[in-house]
Write a protein that binds this ligand. Sequence first.
Ligand code: ZN
Length: 120
Amino acid sequence: MTIYAECEKLAAAVDQSQPAGEFLDWLKTEKGITLVTYEHWTEQDICIYAGCEEGFMYGHKQRPCSHCNGTGKQTYSREGWVPFAHNLEALLAEWLGIDLKKVEEERRAMLRDIRERQRI
Ligand SMILES: [Zn+2]
């Protein structure tokens, strides 16, 4: 094993990662099929409590809504299928057991080594 073990692992895995990446790209561009992931998130939206009108009780402009405390907005929990918007290269690397952070560290070390050898 060399000092650039993770880079060698990445190079050796190209036979697997390239066809997998091309297949996913083909699915998306030729077939309109994309990866989705089930996620939970929160988002702010208008308060939908019955009787709340922009944060105040309907007909009572001095009485703030007890659900949104007069802001007219609430934070809602959401969940559902959303397009996979993360880095596909990172996903392929994870599938192949390759640590991309180590690859980057090794590449930087490799460049440092090359520069130092050129000085000699
Ligand atoms: Zn409200």
